[in-house]
Design a protein around this ligand. Structure first.
Ligand code: C2E
Ligand code: CA
Ligand code: CA
Length: 575
């Protein structure tokens, strides 16, 4: 019996030795390093590839403090917590640290084992070298956010940051300024000294500008010789005036180029401010850009603040020229179309015609910027006529080619709608292209009704009796009382993007949107949601039985060819 027991013990020992050897081998050949701590014995051991990470050894708990000297300052606290604080609610925790001298990025993973009473018994801390991964990630992040030449933010990321500023400013009722800055006579450098010298100058100035950035001031290298600055709550040291003064001071001194030459530059700056100039990011940048051109035309090396009158002037020239030549419209404007779909089955319902203005430098100016001004100075009438004719003509082309039933939605502003002869001229255009009124939908905003309720609803009534569909645009942003909707000659209600934006995140919006859709249906109108950007929004709107949807998720506004392609594919699918 005894011999048998010893035999078993020996076998057991042998097994343990084998297992220990295996574990040692595993740890030693691993590229990671481990700290093993046993709470009962208060003992610390290190295993694995310790030397790869640290140049000291650890034999007691006190030695652990040596680790803190090796990591960069901001990682000290997470490391302390990881080493000494047992987070009862989790048995595994991981975080990243960076070593000072070797610049290694290390993922630290802490595992704690508890006994049945919930007391910790063992702890294993694993150090894994993730330097390679981190640097790849850093590089990608860098490329996504920054401009390689200057180290400033790139255009896309700048627009995102500006968007964040605007959202915050709306909440805190603060201002945001955009400074659009363009080198004067940059050509002179590029042509005279070569493109490389041009790049060098852009880089030198860009590097100087990085020094002006802080949490309230973000700066981007926008394109070739253009920089854009966004300032949150501009005042004092970060007011537009101060920043402009500082920049001009710098520009008084020449830039020293690598080849020893010295170059002096000046800039023209356009400034627009939220909320006065425009409500959105792109519009604000557009406004600042347009007034920057004004600064140039005033003789360069100047700053120009946004005034509505400047845009008006721009438009007036278009208007005056138009009296001479129809061709001017074709040169300056173009129509984009955004598809609309039935929510229930995803069928193509129609398109909304949206105008685009490309100025003579090829820059797109948003209709959100120029339509309000065109409305004020009356230019909207010729522009509006052109929009209708161009869109109906394009639409008739699709219909003749693809024979697919679509509805063409046209935005019509108050001034245009009130104008005597508007209905007649619309009907004439429809006749000319052999389009029936039932294929057309007119989008009007609520504000149009507030101004002159009786007259406008009469006009809309006339249109409706002629068979044209009427849609109430931007519903929910203005007057929007459901009770006054009753009796209005409309067919469709367009739920504004602001509702769709927060539909899934804001409880109140959810309730309001649900009740709007419910009520509107009871009143006998159709509903269309605009600005649908995600699958989740679409799914939810579908559940609410919203009839139609439109937005980036299904399709952005696109040139006529894009819609042709859509129809082409549909016909192929159907056939
Ligand atoms: P709107 O009638 O409310 O047009 C919808 C706007 O939202 C369009 O901007 C469209 O590009 C944008 N949009 C559509 N889906 C999405 C989305 O999913 N996400 C986001 N972020 N935006 C989306 P756009 O084309 O800049 O037009 C702005 C406004 O200018 C229009 O607002 C309309 O009021 C006016 N407008 C445009 N074209 C004309 C026109 O031909 N005549 C008149 N009178 N006004 C026009
Ligand atoms: Ca619209
Ligand atoms: Ca709208």
């Amino acid at each position: 019996m005894k011999g048998n027991g010893t035999q078993l013990l020996l076998e057991e020992n042998e097994k343990l030795r084998r297992e220990e050897k295996m574990l040692r081998l595993l740890c030693d050949t691993s590229s990671s390093a481990f700290i093993y701590y046993n709470f009962r014995e208060d003992r610390v051991d290190t295993l694995g590839n310790w030397d790869h990470f640290f140049d000291f050894s650890i034999s007691s708990m006190d030695d652990l403090s040596k680790l803190y000297d090796r990591v960069e300052e901001q990682y000290e606290i997470p490391l302390r917590e990881g080493l000494f604080i047992e987070k009862q609610w989790m048995d595994r925790d991981s975080f990243e640290i960076k070593l000072k001298e070797s610049r290694l990025s290390i993922e630290v993973e802490v595992n704690v084992v508890y006994d049945s009473e919930g007391e910790p018994t063992d702890k294993i801390i694993r150090f894994k070298d993730v330097t390679k991964l981190t640097s790849q990630k850093d590089e990608l992040t860098y490329m996504a956010y920054y401009d390689m030449l200057t180290g400033l933010y790139n255009r896309n990321y700048f627009v995102r940051l500006l968007g964040e500023f605007l959202r915050r400013a709306e909440k805190e009722t603060k201002k945001v300024a955009v400074m659009f800055m363009d080198f004067d006579d940059f050509r002179r450098v590029n042509d005279g000294m070569g493109i490389i010298a041009g790049d060098e100058l852009v880089q030198l100035f860009g590097q100087y500008l990085t020094g002006l950035m802080n949490s309230h001031v973000v700066i981007s290298h926008f394109s070739t010789d253009i920089y854009c600055i966004a300032i949150y709550d501009p005042c004092g040291a970060r007011s537009v005036e101060t920043i402009y003064r500082v920049i001009r001071e710098r520009l008084k001194k020449p830039f020293k180029m690598m080849d020893g030459q010295e170059v002096t530059m000046t800039v023209s700056v356009g400034v627009s401010e939220y909320p006065e100039a425009a409500p959105g990011t792109l519009e604000l940048i557009n406004c600042a850009e347009i007034v920057m051109f004004k600064a140039k035309s005033r003789g360069k090396d100047k700053i120009q603040y946004f005034e509505g009158a400047i845009l008006e002037e721009f438009l007036q020239t278009v208007n005056i020229q138009n009296k001479l030549k129809e061709v001017v419209f074709e040169q300056n404007f173009t129509m984009y179309f955004q598809p609309q779909y039935y929510a229930e089955n995803g069928k193509f319902r129609g398109v909304e015609a949206l105008i685009r203005w490309r100025d003579n430098k090829g820059v797109m100016i948003s209709p959100a910027v120029f339509i309000p001004i065109a409305e004020k100075n009356g230019t909207i009438v010729p522009i509006g006529n052109w929009v209708i004719e161009k869109s109906v003509q394009t639409y008739a082309g699709w219909r003749d080619k693809y024979h697919y039933p679509l509805i063409l939605s046209l935005n019509v502003s108050a001034v245009q709608c009130k104008k005597r002869g508007f209905i007649d001229s619309l009907m004439k255009i429809l006749e000319k292209y052999d389009v029936s009124p039932g294929e057309i939908e007119i989008e009007v905003t609520e504000t149009i009704l507030i101004e002159d309720f009786d007259y406008i609803s009469e006009r809309l009534g006339e249109l409706k009796s002629a068979g044209v569909r009427i849609s109430l645009d931007d519903f929910g942003t203005g007057f929007s009382s459901l009770s006054y909707l009753k009796g209005l000659p409309i067919d469709t209600l367009k739920i504004d993007k602001t509702f769709v934006d927060t539909l899934l995140t804001d409880k109140n919006t959810k309730i309001i949107t649900e009740s709007i859709i419910y009520m509107v249906k009871r009143l006998g109108y159709e509903t269309i949601a605009e600005g649908v950007e995600t699958r989740e929004q679409y799914q939810y709107l579908k559940e609410l039985e919203c009839d139609m949807i439109q937005g980036y998720y299904m399709g952005r506004p696109m040139p006529a060819q894009g819609i042709s392609d859509l129809l082409e594919n549909l016909t192929v699918k159907v056939g």
